[in-house]
Design a protein around this ligand. Structure first.
Ligand code: PGA
Length: 250
């Protein structure tokens, strides 16, 4: 079990409308009443942020955006700025989720620029990295991760958290084994120590993401370098999500 406070986040992706978001927030608050020793963050879609802000007001649960534009404002149709996210109470933002990299061609350099814009705008960037199945099969996992990590840190040396999400494990039901995930997390912490400094590396939370469920969270969180989870599918329902949270702070 790591010495860092666990951080567990739900990425709602392009799911839910306001009524569902409202019901989710009140259900999750009831389930988490009295739960301590863990930080919880929700990443709803942009139209749901004000509803979530109202639904979570006065709770310890934080929320954030799923993406942002690197510019502070301007002619960028369909994009959202750091200021617009903080305006609705966001404290976090995801940068470089693999679906953004795949669907929108985001490069590691752009992801770094987004993380820097987030930090400048008062948000904690949760930088997502991960290899594809083909890259793992070709034995390029560590090379790919190193490149993604270095590009992000180059632009923004102070990410709020790092999320390791092997692309082959996202939404597929194929979770990385605890040993495989630990091997990567340990590698990332070592690289963070070299690229930044050892005390920063020791303090930064590195989350695992990819088919996390209540049934596998316990065996992952006991690994030394796994400090929490970024959850997709199982984060859409407060019941499994709170199960994952409970396993993370036990
Ligand atoms: P999943 O998604 O839990 O549904 O695999 C994880 C993510 O994309 O953050």
């Amino acid at each position: 079990m790591s010495r860092r406070t666990p951080l567990v986040a739900a990425n709602w992706k392009m799911h839910k409308v306001r009524q569902e978001a409202k019901a989710y927030c009140s259900d999750l608050r009831q389930r988490l009443a009295g739960v301590t020793g863990v930080e919880v963050v929700l990443f709803p879609g942009p139209t749901l942020l004000t509803t979530v802000a109202e639904g979570l007001a006065g709770s310890t649960i934080a929320w954030g955006g799923q993406d942002l534009h690197p510019e502070p404002q301007g002619a960028h149709t369909g994009d959202v700025s750091a200021a617009q996210l903080t305006d609705v109470g966001c404290s976090w933002v995801l940068c470089g989720h693999s679906e953004r990299r795949q669907d929108h061609g985001e490069t590691s350099e752009l992801v770094g620029a987004k993380a820097a814009a987030a930090r400048r705008g008062g948000l904690k960037p949760m930088v997502c990295i991960g290899e594809t199945e083909g890259e793992r099969e070709d034995g390029r996992t560590f090379e790919v991760l190193e490149r993604q990590l270095a590009a992000a840190l180059d632009a923004e040396p102070n990410p709020g958290a790092l999320a390791y999400e092997p692309v082959w494990a996202i939404g597929t039901g194929k979770t990385a084994t605890p040993e495989l995930a630990q091997e990567v997390h340990e590698f990332l912490r070592q690289r963070l120590g070299k690229l930044r400094d050892p005390s920063f590396a020791e303090a930064l939370r590195i989350l695992y993401g990819g088919s996390v469920k209540p049934g596998n969270a316990g065996s992952l969180i006991v690994q030394e370098d796994i400090d929490g989870f970024l959850v997709g599918g199982a984060g859409l329902d407060p019941e499994p999500f709170s199960g994952i949270i409970n396993s993370s702070c036990a």
